[in-house]
Design a protein around this ligand. Structure first.
Ligand code: ADP
Ligand code: MG
Length: 468
């Protein structure tokens, strides 16, 4: 076991460091999953713990599994050239009388954190930046019928993080309805009330990237440990986990640990748990443990108050009828509502002209049009399969029939062109392919469009249909 560990370690550090710090170590004994190693001095042991504990942990876990333990035995040379174990209270007169079997005395740690060699010393002192945006708070998250449940659940959680039955709290709803804002607001409020609590906001996408990175660097356990130190974990847009089983797996472990220890988990998603696709059942069932609260599209009154609040905060006056006009015409998305009003303010100050209904009409029209133009991947698949007279399931199927493959590649190409989705996300939505397949599809479409006249015709027809 130790030889395997050594060769792994040797591959991962400088030869000189290896020679100095690992070559002198002797493996003494292996019981169950505990490996005892003998090191030449206390200083040596401390140095290992300080500089190589992660590496040792990874190496040992690879050999002995998650529960691997490491026991250090420290030996010191005495004046007689014999070896004796280091223990804390051996009267000096007894030292030379120690028998060999007594060598196996584990180090008594003064620092309790060192008891378990897999706790990275000092990590508890690392300050975790919460990544919260103070501009997203409860004060400027306006209440309305559409968000009352989610908002008050958020407040309840902020008052007693981990201490309500809303754990996890899952906030779900469509684009631009305030999920991210509310998630930050909860975190900001908790930080306010409980400054000593470790709060972390992270997008599911970033969490996934970090995880993949940790696998590459062989630091998966550190990644898990890090997340297990958090008191309030906020993960935004968990629908991003769909189809990513490795990430779901690691999140499942972290979630269980936090939940068992009374820590608060807050999640957001663009769908209700029942509608989530490609998320493992065991995770979905965890999501349902707490409360799922929906953010709905805001009603007219709420839209008005959001607009007024925005104007008030920016110190801008706007005729009542304009505000009403905007609120009447932009209904489904708070982000667009804000976007339209910001545009209006900008236009009027830019051109130094009064905000008129005319100007408002122009701007609102642009916003409404823009939203219509944003097509979904589902819609693209539907249009492409209709065009080729097949159903969506056929388009997504594993078949290699040429015309179906081409239809699928076109759908991928248009998804790349017309949506902001990542290659990976496009792939997972079009028949669970990976990002490389999508990339390949886009290249193939480009090539075929140049060389194949009929294919070019399909491409142009579809392009027209989709931009209507
Ligand atoms: P989502 O994460 O659901 O896509 P965001 O949280 O990014 O939506 O919200 C979009 C914009 O709308 C943000 O600027 C946010 O501040 C604003 N917003 C959403 N809901 C409200 C609300 N109830 N009161 C005030 N502003 C809101
Ligand atoms: Mg968001």
């Amino acid at each position: 076991v130790w030889d395997n560990c050594l060769s792994f370690i040797e591959d991962n550090i400088q030869p000189q460091a290896y020679k100095t710090w690992f070559a002198p170590i002797k493996a003494v004994k292996l019981t169950d999953n505990a490996l005892s190693i003998q090191v030449p001095s206390k200083f040596f042991y401390e140095w290992l713990e300080e500089h190589y504990v992660k590496l040792l942990k990874v190496a040992l876990t690879k050999e002995l599994g998650e529960n691997a333990k490491l026991v250090y035995i420290i030996k010191m040379e005495n004046t007689y050239g014999n070896q004796r174990p280091f223990t804390e209270k051996i009267p000096s007169s007894n030292r030379t009388h120690l028998q060999p079997q007594e060598l196996d005395v584990p180090v008594k740690h003064k620092n309790p954190e060192l008891k378990n060699p897999f706790v990275i010393p000092g990590i508890r002192n690392i300050k975790i930046e919460s990544q919260l945006n103070p501009n997203y708070n409860f004060d400027n998250f306006l209440e309305g019928d559409s968000n009352r449940l989610a908002r008050s659940a958020g407040l309840a959680v902020a008052n007693k993080p981990g201490g309500t039955s809303f754990n996890p709290l899952l906030i779900f709803g469509g684009v631009g309805l305030g999920k991210t804002h509310l998630a930050h607001a909860i975190g900001v409020d908790i930080k306010d009330k409980y400054p000593e609590k470790t709060v972390l906001y992270i997008s599911a996408e970033k969490f996934t990237q970090q995880f993949i990175e940790s696998v590459k660097k062989n630091t998966r356990n550190d990644f898990i440990h890090f997340y297990q130190l958090i008191d309030v974990l906020i993960i935004d847009d968990v629908q991003f986990f769909s189809g990513k089983s490795g990430t779901q797996d690691v999140f499942f472990h972290i979630f269980n640990h936090l939940h068992q220890n009374g820590k608060q988990v807050i999640l957001t998603s663009d769908k209700a748990p029942v509608d989530m696709q490609d998320i493992e059942q065991r995770l979905l069932s965890r999501f349902k443990w707490g409360l799922s609260a929906e953010l709905q599209t805001p009603d007219y009154e709420t839209r008005i108050s959001i607009l007024k609040n925005k104007l008030y905060r920016d110190g801008v006056d706007m005729p009542e009828e304009i505000i009403e006009y905007v609120a009447k015409n932009i209904k489904t998305n708070v982000r667009e509502l804000e976007g339209a009003i910001i545009s209006l303010i900008a236009q009027s100050s830019f051109n130094k002209r009064e905000v008129t209904i005319d100007l408002a009409t122009q701007i609102v029209e642009k916003f409404v049009k823009n939203t219509k133009r944003e097509v979904s991947i589902d819609y693209i698949q539907k249009v492409v399969s209709d065009y080729f007279q097949m159903d969506v399931a056929t388009l997504q199927s594993k078949t290699r029939k040429r015309h179906i493959v081409q239809a699928r590649q076109l759908a991928m190409f248009f998804a790349k062109k017309f949506t902001k989705a990542s290659l990976a996300s496009i792939g997972s939505q079009i028949g669970k392919r990976d990002h490389a397949t999508v990339l390949h599809a886009c290249k193939t479409v480009d090539n075929l469009a140049e060389t194949d006249k009929q294919f070019r015709k399909h491409l142009e027809d579809l392009s027209k249909k989709l931009s209507q």
